[in-house]
Design a protein around this ligand. Structure first.
Ligand SMILES: O=P(O)(O)OC[C@H]1O[C@](O)(COP(=O)(O)O)[C@@H](O)[C@@H]1O
Length: 316
């Protein structure tokens, strides 16, 4: 993919963040998501590319979606796969708390996991522990492996995990091991990415969350030299049918990094909506909107942080 595409993609996430940021703390998650989705779709459709959404949001929270199979772009450029989450952390924005992001991953056609919007079991680590994790192994074994790889004691580790009832057993096992825990209300993409940045203090992310978020986090970790494994969690007969339609018949398959993001011609782009460890949220002053974004390119491992000053009067 042309490297100029990356700046076009930043325009997409910036526009969505500028739209969603207006809903900070207003208790309206659907409206925030709809604003981000609309802005994202409009901006995507101005880019010269033939994009297909291969995994996206929608069914799970009944929010307005960029649906799986939707065609994006002007239809006359490079053929690409797109994984989208127009607003990662709709509740976060509604509550005005931390770590809401607009996120996308883009790769060559056929190179991103094509799967329904369902739950995925996930494990994510930064570069030092890459190659040392196993999603099928007991929690304690993964913690031992990460501690060893990072030259730490288990007691020094911080495990990020969503605060959900379904994680009770896992949280118990982590506590038994002596490791520390960062329980999150929402936002497992930010948590997965944080494992690659020492200053965040997060060493490993565990637990289940949305599959689109898993694919997008994997694209980021690929660029960062980290590691990610996932397993789709088929819960209903309907999901089984949808999985089959997308060519997935082995429901217990461990999805390694290359099964989720094939090769290295992939981009991850994010813009902060609310303040987080990785990115600041959107700021508005008079007619200026300030955004903070990051673009990661798997091929080169280049990570660019970009601040945008947007004249809101001049934006359509
Ligand atoms: O809230 P659930 O159903 O446990 O789902 C977990 C997923 O929801 C989130 O916390 C927030 O996702 P959205 O706000 O984009 O729906 C994700 O980070 C996570 O993957």
């Amino acid at each position: 993919m042309d490297r100029n595409l990356s700046m076009e993609l930043v325009r997409v996430t910036e526009a969505a963040a500028l739209a969603a940021g207006r809903w900070l703390g207003r208790g309206k998650k659907e409206e925030a998501d709809a604003a981000a989705t609309q802005a994202m779709r409009n901006m995507f459709n101005s880019i010269q590319m033939k994009g297909t959404v291969v995994i996206g949001e929608g069914e799970m929270d009944e929010a307005p979606m960029l649906y799986i199979g939707e065609q994006l772009g002007t239809c006359d450029g490079p053929e690409v796969d797109i994984a989208v989450d127009p607003l990662e952390g709709t509740n976060i924005v509604a509550a005005g708390s931390s770590n809401a992001l607009v996120i996308i991953a883009v790769a060559e056609r056929g190179h991103l996991l094509h799967a329904p919007d369902m739950y995925m079991e996930k494990i994510a680590v930064g570069p030092e522990a890459a190659g040392k994790i196993d999603i099928n192994a007991p929690v304690i074994e993964n913690l031992r492996a990460v501690a060893k790889a990072k030259n730490k004691n288990i007691e020094d580790l911080v495990v990020a995990i969503l605060d959900r009832e379904r994680h009770e057993k896992m949280i118990h096992e982590i506590r038994q091991s002596g490791a520390r825990i960062k329980l999150m209300q929402d936002g497992d993409v930010a948590a997965a990415i944080n494992t690659a940045f020492d200053n965040t203090g997060v060493d490993i992310m565990l637990g289940s969350g949305g599959a689109p978020e898993g694919v997008i986090a994997a694209a980021a970790l690929k660029s960062l030299g980290g590691d990610f494994q996932g397993k789709l969690i088929q819960q209903t007969e309907e999901e089984k049918i949808r999985l089959n339609k997308m060519g997935i018949s082995d429901f217990n398959k461990v999805l390694l990094m290359d099964d989720i993001v094939k090769g290295d011609d992939a981009y991850f782009v994010a813009t902060g909506v609310t303040d987080g460890e990785l990115l600041r949220g959107v700021l508005y002053k008079e007619n200026i909107g300030t955004t903070h974004s990051v673009v990661m390119r798997a091929k080169t491992g280049t990570i660019r942080f970009i601040e945008g000053q947007h004249s809101l009067n001049q934006k359509r």
